[in-house]
Design a protein. Structure first.
Length: 81
């Protein structure tokens, strides 16, 4: 699956939403720290800001999902595992 890296300067929420619109993204996948309560209120959440403002759906992967490996998933699908 083709992918690309891109670096932008600016407010993360604004830049992610702008780029998703530019490329007509079907889905945005983001990591999330899973903060709650006071920590969440003080630090905010880029993932939550993107979910609120983005046109396409946003899939967030929490800390427990860090075990996820895209390459392993592709290999498993390729060999029907």
């Amino acid at each position: 699956m083709p992918w690309q890296a891109r670096t932008e300067e600016g407010r993360p929420v604004d830049m992610i939403v702008k780029y998703a619109d530019e490329i007509a993204a079907d889905l945005i996948i983001m990591g999330s720290h899973g903060r709650t309560g006071l920590e969440h209120m003080l630090l905010g959440s880029v993932a939550e800001g993107v979910k609120r403002r983005a046109s396409p759906p946003v899939l967030t992967i929490g800390p427990q999902g860090l075990q996820f490996s895209f390459l392993k998933t592709v290999q498993m699908k390729r060999f029907n595992l």
